[in-house]
Design a protein around this ligand. Structure first.
Ligand SMILES: *Cc1c(COP(=O)(O)O)cnc(C)c1O
Length: 372
C-alpha cells in the first residue's frame, strides 16, 4: 500500500474569479471544536447568521439563510422551488452564469425565453420588456447581477419593475455582487436571490446564502407539484432553519462558523465602506492598467469593481502569462471563458483581497510577466 503524505498547499494570492482568499479569522473560526447541529449554541449561531444575512442583503425577508452547497446550489434552490413544468421563464444571458440558469430552469421543465446580450455587456431593460410581451404568462424573470465571466454589472431596478408589472417574480444572482457592491433586495423588489461565500464575503466555498420574499414563498408553498429536489425543498428546509428545528440534513457545522465570522467582518467594516473599498481598487487598477497600455473588455459605465476583464494585448500568449503569475509569483488570475477565451484575463479584487496593496502587486506582476 502506497503511503500518502499530508497535503500542505502553498500560500497563494487568489486574484481570479473565485475563490478569493478567506479572511484569516474566518479560517481560524473554522478550526474550532465541532458542535452538534441541534446544539442550542449552534442554533443560536444559526439565528445570528440569518439576522446578519438580512442586514447584508438589505431585506426583511423571513426566509433568509445559507443553503448547504456552493453558489450553484443556491441557483438550483431558487429554480426548483419556484418553477413547475411548463412555466414560462425569462432569463438574461450575457455570460456563463446566465447560460447556467437556462440549463437549470430547463431541467425544471421551464419554457425558457432568453434575453441575450454580447458577452461583456449588460442586459438591457427594453429587451426584457420585448421578451415579456412575447410570452403569455411569465412566471419568473432571472438576471445575473454581476457576471463574473465577463465583468459586467447589470442595473436591475427597471427590470424588476417590468417583471412585476407583468405578474412575474424577479430572481437575482448575487454570487459575486454581495459584499462587493450595492445589493438592496427590498428596495429593488427582488423576490428570490442566491449568493456564495467564496467571492466578496471572503469565506471558503461551501454555502449559498439565499432569500425569498413573502410573494416567492407563497409560490413555493402553494405549488401543485412536489419540489423535484428533496435536498433543496424550501418547505422542508424552512422547518430546519425556522423555529421548529426539524432535522432535515446535518448543517456543515464548520462552514457555518466561517460564514458567521465572514458576515460579522462585513458588518464591522460597514457595507458602504466595503463597497467604497472595492470601487477604489477598481479605479486604481484600471488607471494603472491604462498607464501600461492595458484596457478592460467589459462595457464602459457598467464595469464590476470586484472582477476586472483585462484585454490580452495583440501577440501576447494569454496562458503563458497566467502560468507565470502562478508559478513564479504564486498569484492566481483567471482565464476568459466561452467567446472571451484567450481574449481576457480575469482579475478579481474580491472581499479581503480588494486592497491598494494587491492592486500594486497585480500591476507590477503584469509589468514583469509582459516584459518577458
Ligand atoms: C461563482 C458564481 C456562481 C457559481 O457559484 P459556485 O460557488 O461556483 O457554485 C454563480 N453565479 C455567479 C455570478 C458566480 O460568479
Amino acid at each position: 500500500m502506497q503511503n500518502f503524505a499530508p497535503f500542505h498547499p502553498p500560500q497563494r494570492l487568489l486574484l481570479g474569479p473565485g475563490p478569493s482568499n478567506a479572511a484569516p479569522s474566518v479560517l481560524q473560526s473554522m478550526s474550532q471544536p465541532l458542535l452538534g447541529h441541534l446544539d442550542p449554541l449552534f442554533v443560536k449561531m444559526m439565528e445570528e447568521i440569518k439576522v446578519m444575512l438580512r442586514s447584508i442583503f438589505q431585506t426583511k425577508n423571513d426566509l433568509t439563510f445559507p443553503i448547504s452547497g456552493t453558489g450553484s446550489a443556491g441557483m438550483e434552490f431558487c429554480f426548483v422551488n419556484l418553477i413547475e413544468p411548463g412555466d414560462e421563464v425569462i432569463i438574461g444571458v450575457n455570460g456563463v452564469f446566465g447560460t447556467r440558469m437556462c440549463d437549470v430552469a430547463e431541467r425544471c421543465g421551464a419554457k425558457v425565453t432568453k434575453v441575450e446580450a454580447e458577452w461583456g455587456c449588460i442586459i438591457e431593460a427594453d429587451k426584457v420588456a420585448e421578451a415579456l410581451k412575447k410570452v403569455s404568462k411569465p412566471k419568473l424573470v432571472a438576471i445575473v447581477h454581476a457576471e463574473t465571466s465577463t465583468g459586467a454589472l447589470t442595473p436591475v431596478e427597471e427590470i424588476s419593475k417590468l417583471a412585476h408589472a407583468a405578474g412575474a417574480l424577479f430572481l437575482l444572482d448575487t454570487v459575486t455582487s454581495l459584499g462587493g457592491c450595492p445589493v438592496k433586495l427590498d428596495e429593488w423588489g427582488v423576490d428570490a436571490v442566491y449568493s456564495g461565500t467564496q467571492k466578496c464575503l471572503s469565506a471558503p466555498p461551501g454555502l449559498a446564502p439565499v432569500s425569498l420574499s413573502p410573494r416567492a414563498m407563497e409560490v413555493a408553498t402553494k405549488r401543485k407539484t412536489k419540489v423535484q429536489s428533496w435536498y433543496l425543498d424550501v418547505n422542508l428546509l424552512a422547518s430546519y432553519w425556522g423555529q421548529e428545528r426539524v432535522y432535515h440534513h446535518t448543517a456543515p457545522i464548520t462552514m457555518n462558523y466561517g460564514l458567521h465570522e465572514a458576515l460579522r467582518l462585513v458588518l464591522e467594516e460597514g457595507l458602504e465602506a466595503r463597497w467604497k473599498r472595492h470601487e477604489q481598487s477598481y479605479l486604481s487598477l484600471k488607471k494603472g492598467l491604462a498607464e501600461m497600455g492595458l484596457s478592460l473588455a467589459s462595457q464602459e459605465g457598467h464595469q464590476l469593481w470586484q472582477l476586472n476583464a483585462v484585454r490580452v494585448p495583440e501577440g501576447v500568449d494569454e496562458a503563458a502569462v497566467r502560468k507565470s503569475f502562478l508559478n513564479d509569483y504564486s498569484i492566481e488570475i483567471g482565464a476568459g471563458l466561452g467567446p472571451m477565451k484567450g481574449k481576457i484575463w480575469r482579475v478579481g479584487m474580491m472581499g479581503e483581497n480588494s486592497t491598494q496593496k494587491n492592486v500594486e502587486i497585480v500591476l507590477s506582476t503584469f509589468k514583469k510577466t509582459l516584459g518577458k
